[in-house]
Design a protein around this ligand. Structure first.
Ligand code: NAP
Length: 324
């Protein structure tokens, strides 16, 4: 089902697969870039470090890059546009995914807007920031629960016909909305939160994607960092950093307890916790690729090495007993 191509410059043999309903070859380990670019929540991410994070990923054979117009207020897209100019890889070897639907209003606040005209203008703005003629995969980022999904994805189909995007993705839709979208447009990808500590997607969404030939791409693969192995319930964050709330309370406490057991198990296999968490996701039926976020080159390098890890049935059973 998946190809192994020796594409690497740094000794990792990355596994590739094809994004559903397309001929786009994506690395099963991708990267998420919501922290590169520097602004909003993640002020302390130095843009040049963010660039090195992306370049290191590409040098390790990763070609599936996930961003959105709202990430670091457009700076993530700008930075990616610059990286694509600076690297030697051909543009056609990279699969660039971005998202739109969050409109920034003149007073600085935001609202979700799924109207066709807005989505078209958001896509044009993304193309400009990314300095590209086309985007490989364009997602409807969030539903606005007002505009009929058929109109929104209908517009994306039209844009695809025009050649400005190669594939359509949707994210954060309910199962009903996903079904509606899939009736009227060729949906290649669904992006939704899923990781060892949050398995809600397994109930309906993941099986639906498998049955309907849609690539499922989990976001928060490392539970926003709980599965990074370096934080605890006692960790503190800057004001405005979403982890200040996410990493507190009884639910987070339980998750950190499980993460500690998983970290110990990962150590018995000679790997780190992020690698275990990513390898576990890649072992789930329907998960075509993962897009762990990060901000430092060594994180991209370590995550890329996940591709060398195989979890045996016994490993998966042990993990299941820890997660139960
Ligand atoms: P995540 O991947 O679950 O966690 C990322 C964090 O884990 C990093 O910021 C880093 O923490 C830590 N990390 C990553 N690799 C590590 C390593 N090798 N060793 C130690 N720590 C490591 O969360 P996310 O970045 O928010 O989500 C992934 C991507 O999904 C995003 O970048 C974005 O592209 C996408 N996303 C999509 C949506 C949507 O609505 N569709 C929502 C959220 C995210 P530090 O930064 O503290 O070092």
């Amino acid at each position: 089902m998946h190809d192994n191509l020796d594409y690497s410059m740094r000794g990792v043999t990355i596994e590739y697969t094809t994004l559903k309903k397309t001929d786009l070859k994506i690395s099963r380990i991708g990267i998420g870039t919501n922290k590169v670019g520097g602004a909003i929540y993640y002020d302390h991410t130095d843009p040049s470090q963010g660039k090195n994070f992306v370049k290191e990923a590409i040098w390790n054979g990763i070609n599936f890059i996930d961003t959105a117009d709202m990430y670091t207020d457009g700076r993530s897209e700008k930075l990616l546009g610059e990286v694509l100019q600076e690297i030697e890889q051909k543009r056609e070897d990279i699969v660039l995914a971005t998202k739109g639907a969050i409109e920034k209003l003149p007073d600085g606040t935001t609202r979700i807007n799924n109207k066709p005209a807005y989505l078209r203008s958001a896509l044009e703005a993304s193309l400009k920031r990314l300095n590209q003629d086309y985007i490989d995969l364009y997602y409807l980022h969030f539903p606005d629960d007002k505009t009929p999904i058929s109109e929104s994805v209908g517009e994306l189909s039209q844009i695809k016909e025009e050649g400005k995007i190669k594939a359509i993705g949707v994210s954060n839709l309910s199962i009903e909305q996903l079904k509606e979208a899939n009736k009227v447009a060729e949906i290649s990808t669904f992006q939704f939160g899923y990781n060892m500590l949050d398995r809600t997607a397994e109930q309906e969404i993941l099986p639906y994607c498998v049955e309907n030939n849609i690539s499922f791409i989990p976001y928060f693969p490392l539970a926003s960092g709980i599965l990074s192995g370096k934080y605890s319930i006692l960790s503190t964050f800057d004001d405005g950093d979403p982890r200040q709330k996410r990493f507190k309370g009884d639910d987070a406490r339980k998750k950190f307890e499980i993460a500690t057991k998983l970290k110990d198990f990962a150590a018995t296999k000679g790997i780190n916790l992020p690698q275990l968490a990513l390898a576990w996701l890649l072992a789930q039926n329907g998960v075509d690729a993962v897009i762990p976020g990060g901000r430092r080159p060594e994180q991209a390098q370590s995550n890329a090495k996940t591709i060398d890890i195989t979890l045996s049935l016994d490993d998966l059973k042990t993990i299941e007993s820890i997660l139960d």
